[in-house]
Design a protein around this ligand. Structure first.
Ligand code: A3P
Length: 296
């Protein structure tokens, strides 16, 4: 039995000006020294951009559409999350990665400049998923409410202010999406958008399979589309985080698989809040050439 008192809401600290949960900062030297292997696949996202969704897609591609194999363990055990450090006896992602045979698929939310250098040295393939800031912020707010290891979110208004200024765990959404975007032409990075995945999952799954060098029949690709649809994943205990005790994630506060939509932000943002976010992010987005859709 896990001791509920082990789980405490994190506080924020900084590395190179990026806000991170205190457990990550306290273990920074270990994380920075992480040894990637050449056949590692890295899944990188800003939190709540569709990490779990792309993880399930990648696992299904790697197992050629065999959903039984993808049900071997909950998603948080199949993919070591290297920036997450947990109190013993819980196993941190980095320790889990160390004992996992190759090929591994690893998860991170780190900003580009904070990625352990061995991933670049080993030229690992990286899949990045970006999501529009407004839906991403709403999803992150509700995740803070239900995940007892995240910092206190405060009110939606307070949380949104912190999101816009980057005073949330893993730092600024804007720096995150732009940093990885700028790197994508220098490294083997497949840069995907949550909105594109919603619009045409088959098209995006084909891109992932091609990037991973896996050839799949149309029938297998369609099975992967079905298996990774929102409603399927919401009902899949190996994908929906329901196997964690509710003193870690309380799905009655807000389910992990919450809405799975593009445009749900409209139910949370006032007009003034929407304009504030647009004003804060417009210039850097324009100069980066990155565009996001906030509705389909
Ligand atoms: P919402 O809170 O907007 O519903 P992450 O995995 O990065 O933590 O992201 C979680 C977000 O992705 C949640 O968004 C969740 O519902 C959504 N999501 C997870 N699986 C999905 C799927 N198969 N299709 C669409 N959205 C999905």
């Amino acid at each position: 039995m896990m001791d509920p008192s082990l789980i405490k809401r994190a506080t924020l600290m900084e590395i190179e000006g990026v806000s991170l949960n205190d457990d990550t900062v306290e273990n920074w030297d270990t994380l920075w020294a992480f040894k990637a292997r050449p056949d590692d696949i890295l899944i990188s996202t800003y939190p709540k951009a569709g990490t779990t969704w792309i993880q399930e897609i990648v696992d299904m591609i790697q197992h050629r559409g065999d959903s039984q194999k993808c049900a071997r363990a909950p998603v948080y055990q199949r993919f070591p999350f290297i920036d997450l450090f947990l109190p013993a006896p819980l196993v941190s992602g980095i320790d889990e990665a160390g004992t996992m045979p190759s090929p591994r698929t690893i998860k991170t939310h780190l900003q580009l400049k904070l990625l352990p250098p061995s991933f670049w040295e080993q030229n690992c393939k990286i899949i990045y998923v970006a999501r529009n800031a407004k839906d991403n912020a709403v999803s992150y707010f509700h995740f803070h409410r239900m995940n007892k290891g995240m910092p206190e979110p405060g009110t939606w208004e307070e949380f949104l202010d912190n999101f816009i200024t980057g005073k949330v765990a893993w730092g600024s959404w804007l720096d995150h999406v732009c940093g990885w975007w700028e790197a994508k032409d220098r490294h083997p990075i497949l840069y995907l958008f949550y909105e594109d995945m919603k619009e045409d999952p088959l098209r995006e799954i084909k891109k992932v399979a091609k990037f991973l060098g896996t050839q799949l029949t149309d029938s297998l690709l369609n099975q992967i589309v079905q298996h990774t649809a929102f409603e399927s994943m919401k009902g899949n205990p190996m994908a929906n985080y329901s196997t964690l005790p509710d003193f870690i994630m309380n799905h009655t506060v807000s389910p992990f698989m919450r809405k799975g939509l593009v445009g749900n932000w409209k139910e949370h943002f006032t007009v003034a809040q929407s304009e504030r976010l647009d004003d804060a992010f417009a210039e850097k987005l324009r100069s980066s050439g990155l565009t996001f859709r906030t509705q389909l």
